[in-house]
Design a protein around this ligand. Structure first.
Ligand code: NAD
Length: 261
């Protein structure tokens, strides 16, 4: 069997995709022929412009649908409004860094809701659609922090370990069907969520931006390079290919060797 990827006729819904990894994945899936649904909680002209740019460049249909992934009903509504969901990429995520005794309760609740519970709600709404279409792919964006821990990121690490568990359960519940569920575990990718952590870390360690990148962020990434959003998109596209039809319930690390340490 030749290794070819054509996602023509498939609709992909990517949560949290008006920037960073989600947007990178949307681009790569659209380049492979999928119609894509972009999402975030905002409803700005720029959000809709991103969808137009993808449509015009790739010739596939792209739409932007506003839905707040911290709200379970809106997660389910996103999938219903999309009308079809062959490929579900659960990507929306936020971060907060603080020691456990000082960790703000509202930040804990928001991280668990957006980074973990949203994937439960969207998966619950999408699986019936995948079953009636007779094909489906769930791609959850976990993290190297879904497999290992670091201090001060309790909520994020709990949510990311949780999404790895949800991925395994989704895979077992769909194992006899032409549906797979996997998690991508990125190491550090230079996106807005990471960019926002740099000033605080500079202050905390009294370091320059370059020192933070080299000595704090990439200290556990043996390649000493950030992974890219295009690489996340390529990995997601591979998981949607026929070659990956028997890959289910597992994690794929794209982390420059982080989890090999
Ligand atoms: P990002 O900040 O660029 O993207 C986060 C996306 O989530 C944005 O599109 C944002 O609008 C959206 N979002 C946030 N709150 C939302 C809400 N309530 N409802 C809907 N959308 C919401 O960051 P990113 O680095 O692209 O992160 C994407 C995913 O990748 C996250 O789950 C993150 O945990 C994961 N990840 C990132 C890295 C990294 O180094 N950048 C590493 C591992 C995992």
């Amino acid at each position: 069997m030749a290794f070819e990827i054509s996602l023509a006729g498939k609709t992909a819904v990517i949560t949290g995709s008006n920037s960073g990894i989600g947007l990178g994945i949307a681009w790569e899936l659209a380049k492979a022929g999928a119609d894509v649904v972009l999402n975030s909680f905002t409803d700005a002209d720029e959000d809709h412009a991103l969808a137009r740019e993808i449509s015009e460049t790739t010739g596939t249909a792209a739409r932007y649908i506003q839905a707040d992934m911290s709200n379970g009903d809106q997660c389910r509504q996103l999938i219903e409004t999309a009308g079809r969901c062959d490929i579900l990429v659960n990507n929306a995520g936020i971060q907060h860094v603080a020691a456990i005794p000082e960790f703000p309760v509202e930040k804990w609740d928001a991280i668990i809701a957006i980074n973990l519970s949203s994937a439960f709600h969207t998966t619950a709404a999408a699986l019936p659609m995948m079953r009636s279409a007779g094909w489906g792919r769930v791609v959850n964006i976990a993290s190297a922090h879904g497999l290992t821990a670091s201090p001060y990121k309790s909520a994020y690490i709990a949510a990311k370990h949780g999404i790895v568990g949800l991925t395994k359960t989704t895979a077992l519940e769909t194992a006899k069907e032409p549906i797979t569920a996997n998690a991508i575990c990125p190491g550090y990718v230079l996106t807005p969520i990471v960019e926002k952590q740099i000033p605080d870390t500079m202050k905390e360690y009294d370091m320059s931006r370059e020192e933070v990148i080299e000595n704090v962020m990439l200290t556990r990434q043996p390649s000493k390079e950030f992974a890219t959003v295009e690489q996340m998109g390529g990995t997601a596209t591979f998981l949607c290919s026929d070659a990956a039809a028997q890959i289910t319930g597992t994690t794929i690390s794209v982390d420059g060797g982080w989890t090999a340490l």
